[in-house]
Design a protein around this ligand. Sequence first.
Ligand code: PLP
Length: 387
Amino acid sequence: MTKSYLAHRVATLKPSGIRKFFDIVATMKDVISLGIGEPDFDTPDPILKAGIESLKRGETHYTSNAGILELRQELSQHIQRMYGVSYDPVSEMLITVGVSEALYLALTAILEPGEEVLIPTPCFVAYQSEVILAGGVPVEIPSRMEDNFQPNLEALASAVTSRTKAILIGYPNNPTGAVASRETLLEVLRIAERHDLVVISDEIYDRLVYGIPHVCFAALPGARERTITLGGFSKDYAMTGWRIGYAAAPAETLKGLLRIHQYTIMSAPTTAQAAALVALRSGEPYVQEMLAEYNRRRQLIVGGLNHLGLPTFEPRGAFYAFPKISVTGMDDETFSQKLLEEERVAVVPGTAFGAGGEGFVRCSYATAYEKIEEALHRMERFMQRHG
Ligand SMILES: Cc1ncc(COP(=O)(O)O)c(C=O)c1O
């Protein structure tokens, strides 16, 4: 056996449940994928052109470490306008390589070795691993479908120990589509205040909500000082490949994130920053157009899955449906594997998203309407055999 030079925390890191599954999908033909967590839309034209124009102007150099000031200013005004929270673009905002980097910076900046981070699950697959990479200990707090996948407040409060440093939340939620209510978030804030915890709020799907407002955690009375807000362009503006996101936090905290970013990244991609600026200035009609189409698909898939006898909670944000599949008598891994093998439909097993995901699968509706219709037909055949 070859010797491993890897650090223990890296060697023991679990591979993402999603990747493992999609390596299999990549080898198969005629698969309808409801597994992808990214918009099927291409980046809207004006945004794309802004990137190209920036390159043509010769903007092929580093930017300031924190990102182009004009972009930070525009973003600051955008957040102020949307949610009433004000962040100083000079000292409280940082442009990052997606929310992925922002998350890594936030955790690395605040955690001492062994400190715990409470995470309502199911959640985005990277949360637990990023906490471990930053030297911390993830503590999962499973949410329940019966509670509309809101964070379980009692479990959250009782999981706090002397080592707890932060609560990491992500609403609208990947994979459930749940949007935490203002009342629930106020209770999360109470718990954070009582124990002096940091709240890291991943709001990457903030614009993708259906008929209800997005609540920005930092906008809650008294929340701003203990909150690190993470946001991005990947989902709202269909810009996953541009790799652009941001972190916003009080200056004293942001300073720490910026320092790590300076040494590890230098600056977010210049072209993508130019494109993001135009996304904020001219992207709104496109966001609305994509949102309307997601909403049409959401109704199709949620209605369809419930009709097949797979109880599905109505998602109020993001672009995922999270049907309960335990009625089939299969666990979520077996269900996903059989559905793929027998009907060539790819979904993601709920356990990939942590505790609370067991017995569910994630179906993304960032897929064309007609493909969702065909996937539902195939699933109907599957359910006739296994339902
Ligand atoms: C909840 C959540 N946070 C963060 C990310 C990472 O996004 P980015 O492309 O900005 O790195 C994703 C991507 O799937 C996500 O679902």
